[in-house]
Design a protein around this ligand. Structure first.
Ligand SMILES: [Zn+2]
Length: 88
């Protein structure tokens, strides 16, 4: 393999450990809840979810689960609850 590519692979391994380098600006996922599959998304720093709870509360178990999964890779405005990302 080319030595320049090996260098990139090494760097990628290091970067993958340093998740604070990464901030999601937007994404969309299919979330399999207990009753249905929902679309949970982050757009312009704001959460969106197709579940009924979200439509009245603007937050739901799916957005909070994504906060927990992505933690420090989310922009500050997307973090609703500091407990979620600090929980082990
Ligand atoms: Zn939801």
């Amino acid at each position: 393999m080319q030595s320049s590519l090996i260098g990139k692979i090494e760097k990628a391994k290091r970067y993958a450990q340093e998740t604070e380098r990464i901030t999601f600006s937007e994404f969309s996922v299919k979330f399999r809840g207990e009753h249905d599959i929902y679309t949970t998304a982050l757009k312009d720093g704001k959460w969106q979810c197709t579940c009924s709870f979200f439509s009245s509360w603007k937050i739901c178990s799916h957005t909070m689960a994504m906060e927990k999964v992505l933690g420090n890779m989310l922009p500050k405005e997307a973090l609703s609850n500091p407990y979620l990302t600090s929980m082990p």
